[in-house]
Write a protein that binds this ligand. Structure first.
Ligand code: 1QQ
Length: 385
């Protein structure tokens, strides 16, 4: 080639290789449906941060088999209908290889069937209700279900406070709070702790005086709360306003700094079970906490930790497969590689466990992980020793 022609074609050539590498860069697109606005946003924003941090780490270390991970993040607002819309967008329009989320179990029951029908993994990092992974073989979660957390938590609380009888309050129109209530009911019966009264509220309620007055009259030793964090915080505050001093017992939903933003010191003595604690000082958790603080200038919580671990779990699965570029095939390959993944993450040692069988149906995978029991002191949760 003559020098002159070369000069002319060079930019074109550069452009072509540039384009080729941009397309070939074969970023692995992972969808995230999270509640970034609305009452569940305190969970969803932590979740988004946990994912971003882990994706940055994986990409800084060269990505997965040379491919960068690209998070496509959408706000599902903590609403069922939005979770459905966002799942459809991420699966059919963005063509994500897998979808993380949604934040609430309530939304997962609406959105996960779409992923299962499309044969795309829906990976929940904060869905703890019973029955989530019964939706199909493409539903996975690393969040520890309330059924695993609440028996341990209740036993520890009963022992710590010498509890003889409890009252229950729960939200009866949310899949997570309702499922937590069912688990508490069974657990209290198993542990032979009588229930003085059971009170319910609905999503969006802010005044719990009627229910709390009945609870007060029933004179329990503690109050079991199957609640999301904001409701729990207001319930605790209003309990104290009625002159009641009973401690609270709850599950995953209470493990957010938001509880203390609202309830402040009134939240002290609340006993809560969850797979993650800031005081669990394993090397992986220490590294996670330090990296999170450095990136976001605030302390992480359980929901950030579970999201962070989930990304590393998926990265480990991706390392085991060779992506073909055929989306349907690759989505299934990822689903098949996931169950065998184990990691030692921010939430400790993690493995999947096949969900309980459902007749005539294939099921997904739950988290096999221990619950940690915490007690609130001075406006934060510390390990209950
Ligand atoms: C669920 C939960 C909530 C606490 C989500 C953040 O565990 O909805 O399943």
């Amino acid at each position: 080639m003559q020098f002159k022609t070369m000069l002319k074609t060079l930019p074109l050539l550069m452009l072509a290789t540039g384009l080729a590498s941009a397309a070939h860069a074969a970023d692995v697109k992972l969808g995230l449906a999270a509640a970034l606005t609305g009452p569940a946003a305190k969970y969803g924003v932590a979740i988004k941060n946990g994912f971003s941090l882990a994706a940055d780490e994986v990409n800084a270390a060269g990505g997965v088999n040379g491919n960068k991970l690209l998070l496509v993040i959408e706000d599902e607002q903590g609403k069922k209908e939005e979770a459905i819309n966002v799942f459809k967008k991420l699966i059919f329009k963005d063509k994500a290889l897998l979808v993380f989320g949604p934040t609430l179990s309530n939304s997962a029951f609406a959105a996960d069937p779409i992923a299962n029908a499309a044969k795309v993994v829906a990976f929940g990092t904060s869905n703890t209700a019973d029955g989530i992974t019964a939706m199909g073989p493409f539903t996975f979660r690393n969040s520890v279900m309330e059924a695993d957390v609440l028996p341990v938590t209740t036993r520890a609380a009963v022992k710590h406070f010498g509890i003889k009888k409890v009252a229950i309050i729960y939200g009866n129109d949310d899949a997570f709070t309702k499922s937590g209530y069912d688990v508490f009911k069974g657990t209290l019966a198993d542990q032979k702790i009588p229930v003085t009264t059971t009170e319910a509220y609905a999503k969006g309620d802010v005044d719990f005086k009627a229910q709390l007055t009945k609870i007060k009259a029933s004179n329990p030793d503690a109050i079991v709360c199957s609640c999301l964090t904001e409701e729990a915080a207001n319930i605790i505050l209003q309990t104290r306003a009625l002159g009641m001093k009973q401690p609270f017992i709850g599950g995953n939903g209470l493990n957010s700094p938001k509880l203390f933003d609202i309830a402040k010191g009134a939240g002290d003595d609340t006993i809560m079970g969850s797979p993650w604690s800031s005081e669990n000082l394993t090397p992986a958790n220490k590294a996670f906490i330090a990296a999170y603080k450095a990136k976001f200038g605030s302390d992480p919580d359980q929901f950030a930790a579970q999201a962070y671990d989930a990304l590393h779990i998926v990265a480990a699965a991706l390392k085991k497969i060779k992506l073909s570029g055929a989306l349907d095939k690759d989505r299934i390959a990822l689903q098949q590689a996931l169950p065998a993944v184990t990691i030692d993450g921010a939430t400790g040692k993690f493995a999947f466990r096949k969900a309980p069988p459902v007749t005539g149906k294939e099921v997904g995978y739950d988290a096999q992980q221990e619950a940690i029991v915490n007690i609130a002191k001075g406006g934060k949760f510390t390990l209950l020793k």
